[in-house]
Write a protein that binds this ligand. Structure first.
Ligand code: GLC
Length: 473
Protein backbone atom coordinates (compact mmCIF):
# COMPACT_ATOMS: atom_id res chain seq x y z
CA UNK A 1 0.00 0.00 0.00
CA UNK A 2 1.45 3.36 -1.02
CA UNK A 3 2.84 5.28 2.03
CA UNK A 4 0.65 8.32 1.29
CA UNK A 5 -2.56 6.24 1.32
CA UNK A 6 -1.50 4.60 4.58
CA UNK A 7 -0.90 7.95 6.27
CA UNK A 8 -4.20 9.31 4.91
CA UNK A 9 -6.12 6.44 6.50
CA UNK A 10 -4.17 6.79 9.75
CA UNK A 11 -4.91 10.50 9.92
CA UNK A 12 -8.59 9.94 9.15
CA UNK A 13 -9.03 7.40 11.95
CA UNK A 14 -7.15 9.61 14.41
CA UNK A 15 -9.42 12.49 13.45
CA UNK A 16 -12.45 10.24 13.94
CA UNK A 17 -11.19 9.23 17.38
CA UNK A 18 -10.80 12.87 18.41
CA UNK A 19 -14.35 13.63 17.38
CA UNK A 20 -15.71 10.85 19.66
CA UNK A 21 -17.92 12.69 22.24
CA UNK A 22 -17.18 11.87 25.84
CA UNK A 23 -20.58 10.08 25.83
CA UNK A 24 -19.33 7.47 23.41
CA UNK A 25 -15.97 6.90 25.04
CA UNK A 26 -16.33 3.94 27.44
CA UNK A 27 -16.70 5.19 30.99
CA UNK A 28 -13.84 4.24 33.31
CA UNK A 29 -15.66 3.62 36.56
CA UNK A 30 -14.17 4.75 39.84
CA UNK A 31 -14.95 3.34 43.32
CA UNK A 32 -17.28 6.22 44.19
CA UNK A 33 -21.08 6.41 44.27
CA UNK A 34 -21.00 9.36 41.83
CA UNK A 35 -19.06 7.30 39.28
CA UNK A 36 -21.06 4.10 39.79
CA UNK A 37 -24.32 6.04 39.46
CA UNK A 38 -23.27 6.99 35.94
CA UNK A 39 -23.85 3.36 34.96
CA UNK A 40 -26.85 3.24 32.59
CA UNK A 41 -29.30 0.33 32.99
CA UNK A 42 -28.47 -1.91 30.03
CA UNK A 43 -31.37 -2.31 27.58
CA UNK A 44 -31.03 -6.10 27.56
CA UNK A 45 -31.84 -6.25 31.27
CA UNK A 46 -34.65 -3.71 31.02
CA UNK A 47 -36.20 -5.79 28.21
CA UNK A 48 -35.52 -9.29 29.57
CA UNK A 49 -38.35 -9.47 32.18
CA UNK A 50 -37.75 -13.12 33.11
CA UNK A 51 -34.66 -14.76 34.57
CA UNK A 52 -34.13 -18.19 36.12
CA UNK A 53 -32.41 -18.38 39.52
CA UNK A 54 -30.73 -21.69 40.48
CA UNK A 55 -29.86 -22.68 44.03
CA UNK A 56 -27.45 -25.61 43.79
CA UNK A 57 -25.04 -26.67 46.50
CA UNK A 58 -24.34 -29.12 49.33
CA UNK A 59 -27.84 -28.40 50.69
CA UNK A 60 -29.19 -30.07 47.51
CA UNK A 61 -28.10 -33.45 48.94
CA UNK A 62 -30.35 -33.58 52.04
CA UNK A 63 -32.82 -31.26 50.22
CA UNK A 64 -35.19 -30.79 53.11
CA UNK A 65 -36.90 -28.08 55.14
CA UNK A 66 -40.17 -27.81 57.06
CA UNK A 67 -43.21 -26.60 55.11
CA UNK A 68 -43.77 -23.66 57.38
CA UNK A 69 -43.99 -19.87 57.13
CA UNK A 70 -45.35 -19.59 53.58
CA UNK A 71 -45.49 -15.85 54.21
CA UNK A 72 -41.72 -15.70 54.79
CA UNK A 73 -41.95 -13.55 57.93
CA UNK A 74 -38.15 -13.56 58.41
CA UNK A 75 -38.20 -11.37 61.52
CA UNK A 76 -39.52 -14.01 63.95
CA UNK A 77 -37.50 -16.50 65.96
CA UNK A 78 -40.00 -19.22 65.04
CA UNK A 79 -39.14 -18.54 61.40
CA UNK A 80 -35.42 -19.09 62.13
CA UNK A 81 -36.05 -22.41 63.90
CA UNK A 82 -38.51 -23.60 61.21
CA UNK A 83 -36.85 -21.94 58.22
CA UNK A 84 -38.57 -23.06 54.98
CA UNK A 85 -35.40 -22.23 53.01
CA UNK A 86 -33.73 -25.63 52.43
CA UNK A 87 -30.51 -23.81 51.47
CA UNK A 88 -30.29 -22.81 55.16
CA UNK A 89 -29.99 -26.48 56.20
CA UNK A 90 -26.50 -25.99 57.75
CA UNK A 91 -27.78 -23.19 59.96
CA UNK A 92 -31.02 -24.86 61.07
CA UNK A 93 -29.58 -28.37 61.64
CA UNK A 94 -27.46 -26.78 64.41
CA UNK A 95 -30.46 -25.28 66.25
CA UNK A 96 -31.37 -27.54 69.19
CA UNK A 97 -34.82 -29.10 68.72
CA UNK A 98 -35.38 -27.77 65.21
CA UNK A 99 -37.24 -30.03 62.72
CA UNK A 100 -34.16 -29.89 60.46
CA UNK A 101 -31.94 -31.17 63.30
CA UNK A 102 -34.32 -34.09 63.84
CA UNK A 103 -34.43 -34.76 60.11
CA UNK A 104 -30.64 -34.75 59.92
CA UNK A 105 -30.18 -37.09 62.89
CA UNK A 106 -32.86 -39.45 61.59
CA UNK A 107 -31.44 -39.64 58.06
CA UNK A 108 -27.68 -39.14 58.57
CA UNK A 109 -26.93 -39.50 62.27
CA UNK A 110 -25.66 -36.95 64.76
CA UNK A 111 -22.02 -37.51 63.76
CA UNK A 112 -22.56 -36.83 60.09
CA UNK A 113 -21.21 -33.30 59.57
CA UNK A 114 -22.68 -31.01 56.97
CA UNK A 115 -19.49 -30.98 54.90
CA UNK A 116 -19.70 -34.77 54.69
CA UNK A 117 -22.28 -34.02 52.00
CA UNK A 118 -19.42 -32.81 49.74
CA UNK A 119 -18.34 -36.24 48.40
CA UNK A 120 -22.00 -37.12 47.74
CA UNK A 121 -22.55 -33.83 45.94
CA UNK A 122 -19.40 -34.29 43.87
CA UNK A 123 -20.48 -37.79 42.85
CA UNK A 124 -24.06 -36.80 42.05
CA UNK A 125 -23.26 -33.55 40.23
CA UNK A 126 -21.15 -35.49 37.75
CA UNK A 127 -24.46 -36.85 36.39
CA UNK A 128 -25.76 -33.33 35.75
CA UNK A 129 -26.36 -32.22 32.17
CA UNK A 130 -25.98 -28.40 31.85
CA UNK A 131 -27.29 -28.34 28.26
CA UNK A 132 -30.59 -29.82 29.43
CA UNK A 133 -31.00 -27.08 32.03
CA UNK A 134 -30.12 -24.37 29.56
CA UNK A 135 -32.61 -25.63 26.97
CA UNK A 136 -35.32 -25.91 29.66
CA UNK A 137 -34.72 -22.31 30.73
CA UNK A 138 -34.83 -21.01 27.15
CA UNK A 139 -38.06 -22.91 26.49
CA UNK A 140 -39.52 -21.44 29.68
CA UNK A 141 -39.02 -18.02 28.10
CA UNK A 142 -36.12 -16.85 30.28
CA UNK A 143 -33.61 -14.37 28.87
CA UNK A 144 -31.01 -14.77 31.60
CA UNK A 145 -29.92 -17.18 34.30
CA UNK A 146 -28.38 -16.58 37.74
CA UNK A 147 -26.54 -19.49 39.43
CA UNK A 148 -25.38 -19.68 43.05
CA UNK A 149 -21.56 -19.90 42.99
CA UNK A 150 -21.05 -19.78 46.78
CA UNK A 151 -24.02 -19.74 49.16
CA UNK A 152 -23.92 -19.07 52.93
CA UNK A 153 -22.39 -22.58 53.47
CA UNK A 154 -19.13 -21.37 51.86
CA UNK A 155 -18.72 -24.29 49.40
CA UNK A 156 -17.95 -23.05 45.88
CA UNK A 157 -19.26 -24.40 42.58
CA UNK A 158 -16.08 -23.44 40.74
CA UNK A 159 -12.45 -24.48 41.40
CA UNK A 160 -11.57 -21.27 43.25
CA UNK A 161 -7.83 -20.57 43.61
CA UNK A 162 -8.41 -18.37 46.66
CA UNK A 163 -7.52 -20.50 49.70
CA UNK A 164 -10.11 -20.53 52.48
CA UNK A 165 -8.13 -20.02 55.70
CA UNK A 166 -10.94 -21.24 57.96
CA UNK A 167 -10.56 -24.54 59.76
CA UNK A 168 -14.30 -25.21 59.48
CA UNK A 169 -14.14 -26.34 55.88
CA UNK A 170 -12.06 -29.50 55.29
CA UNK A 171 -9.60 -28.75 52.47
CA UNK A 172 -11.16 -31.49 50.28
CA UNK A 173 -14.62 -29.98 50.70
CA UNK A 174 -14.02 -26.39 49.71
CA UNK A 175 -14.97 -26.64 46.04
CA UNK A 176 -16.96 -28.83 43.73
CA UNK A 177 -14.73 -31.16 41.76
CA UNK A 178 -16.56 -30.09 38.62
CA UNK A 179 -16.48 -26.47 37.32
CA UNK A 180 -20.26 -26.20 37.55
CA UNK A 181 -20.16 -22.44 37.03
CA UNK A 182 -18.07 -22.82 33.88
CA UNK A 183 -20.12 -25.68 32.45
CA UNK A 184 -23.42 -23.90 32.94
CA UNK A 185 -22.08 -20.59 31.64
CA UNK A 186 -21.06 -22.29 28.40
CA UNK A 187 -24.38 -24.12 28.05
CA UNK A 188 -26.49 -21.04 28.79
CA UNK A 189 -24.62 -18.84 26.33
CA UNK A 190 -24.96 -21.55 23.68
CA UNK A 191 -28.73 -21.12 24.06
CA UNK A 192 -28.40 -17.36 23.51
CA UNK A 193 -29.20 -16.49 27.13
CA UNK A 194 -27.15 -14.28 29.44
CA UNK A 195 -25.34 -15.80 32.41
CA UNK A 196 -25.39 -14.18 35.84
CA UNK A 197 -23.76 -15.26 39.09
CA UNK A 198 -24.92 -15.19 42.71
CA UNK A 199 -22.37 -14.85 45.52
CA UNK A 200 -23.10 -14.75 49.24
CA UNK A 201 -20.93 -11.84 50.33
CA UNK A 202 -22.77 -11.19 53.60
CA UNK A 203 -22.71 -14.66 55.12
CA UNK A 204 -20.03 -17.34 55.00
CA UNK A 205 -20.55 -19.93 57.71
CA UNK A 206 -16.98 -21.12 57.27
CA UNK A 207 -15.70 -17.75 58.51
CA UNK A 208 -18.42 -16.84 60.99
CA UNK A 209 -20.07 -20.11 61.77
CA UNK A 210 -23.02 -18.73 63.72
CA UNK A 211 -25.54 -20.33 63.87
CA UNK A 212 -28.16 -17.64 63.48
CA UNK A 213 -30.54 -18.26 66.36
CA UNK A 214 -32.21 -14.89 66.88
CA UNK A 215 -33.11 -11.98 64.63
CA UNK A 216 -30.19 -10.05 66.15
CA UNK A 217 -27.87 -12.71 64.75
CA UNK A 218 -28.88 -11.74 61.22
CA UNK A 219 -26.45 -8.82 61.68
CA UNK A 220 -24.03 -10.34 64.19
CA UNK A 221 -23.13 -13.34 62.04
CA UNK A 222 -21.92 -11.25 59.09
CA UNK A 223 -18.12 -11.75 58.84
CA UNK A 224 -16.29 -8.41 58.73
CA UNK A 225 -12.69 -9.45 59.39
CA UNK A 226 -9.83 -8.28 57.17
CA UNK A 227 -9.23 -11.95 56.23
CA UNK A 228 -12.81 -12.37 55.03
CA UNK A 229 -12.80 -9.04 53.20
CA UNK A 230 -9.68 -10.08 51.30
CA UNK A 231 -11.16 -13.52 50.60
CA UNK A 232 -14.48 -12.24 49.26
CA UNK A 233 -12.74 -9.52 47.23
CA UNK A 234 -10.41 -12.09 45.64
CA UNK A 235 -13.17 -14.60 44.93
CA UNK A 236 -15.56 -12.10 43.31
CA UNK A 237 -12.70 -10.96 41.06
CA UNK A 238 -12.07 -14.59 40.10
CA UNK A 239 -15.74 -14.84 39.03
CA UNK A 240 -15.61 -11.56 37.10
CA UNK A 241 -12.39 -12.45 35.28
CA UNK A 242 -13.19 -16.13 34.62
CA UNK A 243 -16.86 -15.86 33.63
CA UNK A 244 -17.71 -12.20 32.87
CA UNK A 245 -21.17 -12.57 34.41
CA UNK A 246 -23.99 -10.43 32.97
CA UNK A 247 -25.48 -10.12 36.49
CA UNK A 248 -23.47 -9.81 39.70
CA UNK A 249 -26.05 -10.89 42.25
CA UNK A 250 -24.60 -10.47 45.71
CA UNK A 251 -26.56 -11.63 48.73
CA UNK A 252 -27.18 -10.28 52.24
CA UNK A 253 -24.39 -7.66 52.36
CA UNK A 254 -20.71 -7.07 51.51
CA UNK A 255 -17.92 -6.77 54.12
CA UNK A 256 -16.62 -3.19 54.54
CA UNK A 257 -13.17 -4.80 54.54
CA UNK A 258 -13.96 -6.09 51.05
CA UNK A 259 -14.16 -2.70 49.30
CA UNK A 260 -17.68 -2.96 47.79
CA UNK A 261 -17.37 0.16 45.62
CA UNK A 262 -14.07 -1.07 44.18
CA UNK A 263 -15.74 -4.41 43.41
CA UNK A 264 -18.54 -2.72 41.48
CA UNK A 265 -16.19 -0.36 39.61
CA UNK A 266 -13.94 -3.26 38.60
CA UNK A 267 -17.00 -5.22 37.54
CA UNK A 268 -18.38 -2.44 35.34
CA UNK A 269 -14.97 -1.84 33.80
CA UNK A 270 -14.80 -5.54 32.96
CA UNK A 271 -18.49 -5.96 31.99
CA UNK A 272 -19.88 -2.54 31.02
CA UNK A 273 -23.34 -3.92 30.21
CA UNK A 274 -23.48 -5.99 33.38
CA UNK A 275 -25.86 -5.24 36.26
CA UNK A 276 -25.48 -5.33 40.04
CA UNK A 277 -28.17 -5.85 42.66
CA UNK A 278 -28.84 -3.80 45.80
CA UNK A 279 -27.28 -6.16 48.36
CA UNK A 280 -23.70 -4.83 48.36
CA UNK A 281 -24.50 -2.53 51.27
CA UNK A 282 -23.85 0.65 49.27
CA UNK A 283 -26.15 3.30 47.83
CA UNK A 284 -25.61 2.40 44.18
CA UNK A 285 -27.60 -0.32 42.44
CA UNK A 286 -28.94 -1.14 38.98
CA UNK A 287 -32.04 -2.77 40.43
CA UNK A 288 -33.72 -3.46 43.75
CA UNK A 289 -34.35 -7.07 44.76
CA UNK A 290 -37.53 -7.66 46.79
CA UNK A 291 -37.81 -11.30 47.87
CA UNK A 292 -41.16 -13.06 47.81
CA UNK A 293 -42.64 -9.60 47.63
CA UNK A 294 -44.10 -7.67 44.73
CA UNK A 295 -44.72 -3.94 44.44
CA UNK A 296 -48.16 -2.31 44.52
CA UNK A 297 -47.44 0.23 41.83
CA UNK A 298 -45.07 1.18 39.01
CA UNK A 299 -41.55 1.77 40.31
CA UNK A 300 -39.46 4.28 38.36
CA UNK A 301 -36.40 2.36 39.58
CA UNK A 302 -35.90 -1.01 37.93
CA UNK A 303 -36.64 -3.89 40.28
CA UNK A 304 -36.51 -7.67 40.21
CA UNK A 305 -38.58 -9.92 42.43
CA UNK A 306 -36.80 -13.15 43.34
CA UNK A 307 -38.70 -16.13 44.65
CA UNK A 308 -38.78 -19.92 44.50
CA UNK A 309 -41.38 -21.87 42.59
CA UNK A 310 -42.22 -23.18 46.04
CA UNK A 311 -41.39 -21.77 49.47
CA UNK A 312 -37.67 -22.56 49.27
CA UNK A 313 -34.86 -21.57 46.92
CA UNK A 314 -32.89 -24.77 47.51
CA UNK A 315 -34.36 -28.21 46.66
CA UNK A 316 -36.91 -29.32 49.28
CA UNK A 317 -38.09 -32.87 48.73
CA UNK A 318 -41.05 -32.18 51.04
CA UNK A 319 -42.54 -29.65 48.61
CA UNK A 320 -45.22 -30.83 46.18
CA UNK A 321 -48.19 -29.48 44.21
CA UNK A 322 -49.69 -27.60 47.13
CA UNK A 323 -46.49 -25.72 47.98
CA UNK A 324 -45.66 -24.86 44.36
CA UNK A 325 -47.14 -21.72 42.78
CA UNK A 326 -50.04 -22.60 40.45
CA UNK A 327 -49.54 -21.86 36.71
CA UNK A 328 -52.28 -19.23 36.63
CA UNK A 329 -50.83 -17.48 39.69
CA UNK A 330 -47.30 -17.64 38.26
CA UNK A 331 -48.34 -16.08 34.95
CA UNK A 332 -50.39 -13.40 36.71
CA UNK A 333 -47.39 -12.66 38.91
CA UNK A 334 -45.09 -12.19 35.89
CA UNK A 335 -47.57 -9.90 34.08
CA UNK A 336 -48.16 -7.88 37.26
CA UNK A 337 -44.42 -7.44 37.89
CA UNK A 338 -43.71 -6.43 34.27
CA UNK A 339 -46.57 -3.90 34.26
CA UNK A 340 -44.81 -2.22 37.22
CA UNK A 341 -41.31 -2.02 35.62
CA UNK A 342 -40.00 -5.19 37.19
CA UNK A 343 -38.33 -8.47 36.23
CA UNK A 344 -39.08 -11.85 37.77
CA UNK A 345 -36.10 -13.97 38.84
CA UNK A 346 -37.81 -17.31 39.26
CA UNK A 347 -35.91 -19.94 41.21
CA UNK A 348 -35.55 -23.67 40.60
CA UNK A 349 -34.10 -25.95 43.28
CA UNK A 350 -32.54 -29.02 41.63
CA UNK A 351 -31.53 -32.24 43.35
CA UNK A 352 -27.80 -33.00 43.77
CA UNK A 353 -27.73 -34.90 40.44
CA UNK A 354 -29.23 -31.90 38.66
CA UNK A 355 -32.78 -33.23 38.41
CA UNK A 356 -35.30 -30.39 38.44
CA UNK A 357 -38.37 -31.56 40.42
CA UNK A 358 -41.20 -32.58 38.02
CA UNK A 359 -43.67 -30.12 39.55
CA UNK A 360 -41.20 -27.29 38.88
CA UNK A 361 -40.63 -28.53 35.30
CA UNK A 362 -44.37 -28.42 34.73
CA UNK A 363 -44.57 -24.80 35.86
CA UNK A 364 -41.66 -23.85 33.59
CA UNK A 365 -43.40 -25.55 30.67
CA UNK A 366 -46.68 -23.74 31.33
CA UNK A 367 -44.85 -20.41 31.59
CA UNK A 368 -42.96 -21.08 28.35
CA UNK A 369 -46.13 -21.98 26.46
CA UNK A 370 -47.83 -18.83 27.67
CA UNK A 371 -44.89 -16.61 26.75
CA UNK A 372 -44.66 -18.30 23.38
CA UNK A 373 -48.14 -16.93 22.62
CA UNK A 374 -48.09 -13.70 24.64
CA UNK A 375 -44.43 -12.71 24.89
CA UNK A 376 -45.04 -9.62 22.76
CA UNK A 377 -46.94 -8.06 25.67
CA UNK A 378 -43.99 -8.79 27.98
CA UNK A 379 -40.50 -8.63 26.47
CA UNK A 380 -39.19 -5.16 25.66
CA UNK A 381 -42.26 -3.42 27.10
CA UNK A 382 -42.38 -0.43 29.40
CA UNK A 383 -45.06 0.57 31.91
CA UNK A 384 -48.18 2.43 30.73
CA UNK A 385 -49.58 5.46 32.58
CA UNK A 386 -50.89 2.99 35.14
CA UNK A 387 -50.32 -0.73 35.69
CA UNK A 388 -53.59 -2.00 37.11
CA UNK A 389 -57.16 -1.78 35.78
CA UNK A 390 -60.53 -3.41 36.24
CA UNK A 391 -62.99 -3.99 33.42
CA UNK A 392 -66.66 -3.20 33.84
CA UNK A 393 -67.18 -6.96 33.70
CA UNK A 394 -64.90 -7.32 36.72
CA UNK A 395 -61.77 -8.60 35.01
CA UNK A 396 -58.37 -7.92 36.58
CA UNK A 397 -56.28 -6.07 33.96
CA UNK A 398 -52.62 -5.19 33.55
CA UNK A 399 -51.21 -2.69 31.06
CA UNK A 400 -47.88 -2.73 29.24
CA UNK A 401 -46.68 -0.63 26.35
CA UNK A 402 -44.25 -0.97 23.45
CA UNK A 403 -43.78 2.14 21.35
CA UNK A 404 -47.19 3.11 19.92
CA UNK A 405 -48.86 -0.12 20.96
CA UNK A 406 -50.69 -0.77 24.19
CA UNK A 407 -51.20 -4.26 25.60
CA UNK A 408 -54.02 -5.14 27.95
CA UNK A 409 -53.70 -8.49 29.69
CA UNK A 410 -56.70 -10.07 31.39
CA UNK A 411 -55.61 -12.16 34.37
CA UNK A 412 -57.71 -15.32 34.39
CA UNK A 413 -60.58 -16.16 32.07
CA UNK A 414 -62.59 -13.08 30.93
CA UNK A 415 -65.86 -12.98 32.84
CA UNK A 416 -68.03 -11.88 29.89
CA UNK A 417 -68.18 -11.76 26.11
CA UNK A 418 -66.77 -8.24 26.15
CA UNK A 419 -64.01 -6.44 28.00
CA UNK A 420 -65.04 -2.88 28.79
CA UNK A 421 -62.18 -0.68 29.94
CA UNK A 422 -63.50 2.57 31.40
CA UNK A 423 -60.22 4.38 31.99
CA UNK A 424 -59.20 3.83 28.37
CA UNK A 425 -61.01 6.38 26.22
CA UNK A 426 -61.81 4.86 22.84
CA UNK A 427 -59.63 5.97 19.95
CA UNK A 428 -60.28 5.62 16.25
CA UNK A 429 -57.88 3.83 13.94
CA UNK A 430 -56.78 1.46 16.68
CA UNK A 431 -56.55 -2.17 15.57
CA UNK A 432 -57.32 -4.67 18.35
CA UNK A 433 -56.24 -8.30 18.26
CA UNK A 434 -55.72 -11.05 20.80
CA UNK A 435 -52.07 -12.18 20.79
CA UNK A 436 -51.90 -15.59 19.19
CA UNK A 437 -54.99 -14.89 17.04
CA UNK A 438 -54.44 -12.69 13.99
CA UNK A 439 -58.12 -11.99 13.44
CA UNK A 440 -58.99 -8.39 14.20
CA UNK A 441 -61.49 -7.96 17.01
CA UNK A 442 -64.27 -5.47 16.82
CA UNK A 443 -64.50 -2.82 19.49
CA UNK A 444 -67.56 -0.84 20.35
CA UNK A 445 -67.01 2.84 20.97
CA UNK A 446 -69.54 4.25 23.40
CA UNK A 447 -69.41 6.88 26.12
CA UNK A 448 -65.67 7.17 25.71
CA UNK A 449 -64.70 3.74 26.94
CA UNK A 450 -63.06 0.95 25.00
CA UNK A 451 -65.21 -2.18 24.72
CA UNK A 452 -63.54 -5.19 23.13
CA UNK A 453 -65.88 -7.85 21.74
CA UNK A 454 -64.31 -11.25 22.25
CA UNK A 455 -64.16 -14.03 19.69
CA UNK A 456 -64.80 -17.53 20.95
CA UNK A 457 -63.04 -19.70 21.63
CA UNK A 458 -60.27 -17.57 23.11
CA UNK A 459 -56.74 -18.72 22.29
CA UNK A 460 -54.59 -19.99 25.13
CA UNK A 461 -55.17 -20.22 28.86
CA UNK A 462 -54.51 -18.61 32.28
CA UNK A 463 -54.26 -15.01 30.99
CA UNK A 464 -55.21 -13.30 27.74
CA UNK A 465 -53.27 -10.46 26.14
CA UNK A 466 -54.83 -8.00 23.72
CA UNK A 467 -52.89 -5.64 21.49
CA UNK A 468 -54.32 -2.17 20.84
CA UNK A 469 -52.08 -1.27 17.92
CA UNK A 470 -51.46 2.47 17.75
CA UNK A 471 -53.37 3.26 20.95
CA UNK A 472 -50.25 4.67 22.67
CA UNK A 473 -49.34 6.88 19.75
C1 GLC B 1 -31.97 -14.67 51.10
C2 GLC B 1 -31.71 -16.04 51.66
C3 GLC B 1 -30.93 -16.87 50.75
C4 GLC B 1 -31.39 -16.79 49.34
C5 GLC B 1 -31.54 -15.36 48.92
C6 GLC B 1 -32.17 -15.30 47.55
O1 GLC B 1 -30.93 -13.86 51.25
O2 GLC B 1 -30.99 -15.96 52.82
O3 GLC B 1 -30.96 -18.19 51.19
O4 GLC B 1 -30.44 -17.39 48.58
O5 GLC B 1 -32.35 -14.70 49.78
O6 GLC B 1 -32.72 -14.14 47.32
Amino acid sequence: MRKSVFFAILLASLAALCTLSPAQAPIKYQPTIESLDRHPLPQWYADAKLGIFIHYGLYSVPGWAPLSHPDHDFQTTDYIVNNPYAEWYLNVMRIPGSPTQSYHREHYGANFSYYDFAPVFNRESKKWNPDQWAATFREAGAKYVVLTTKHHEGFTLWPSTTPNPSATLPSNSQHAERDIVGDLTTAVRKQGLRMGLYYSGGYDWTFNTGPILTTADYEAVKPETEAYGRYAFAQIHELIERYHPAVLWNDIDWPRTGKPMQVEADYYNAVPDGVVDDRFGIAHTDFTSPEYQKLDQISPKKWEECRGLGRSFGYNRAEGEAETIAPEELIALLVDIVSKNGNLLLDVGPEADGTIPPVQMERLKALGAWLHQNGEAIYGTTPWTHAVGKSAEGDDLRFTRKGDDLYVTVLGKPKGQTITIQDLPAKSGVQITQLGDHNELSAKVQSGETRIVLRTPLQGEYAYAFKLAGYAR
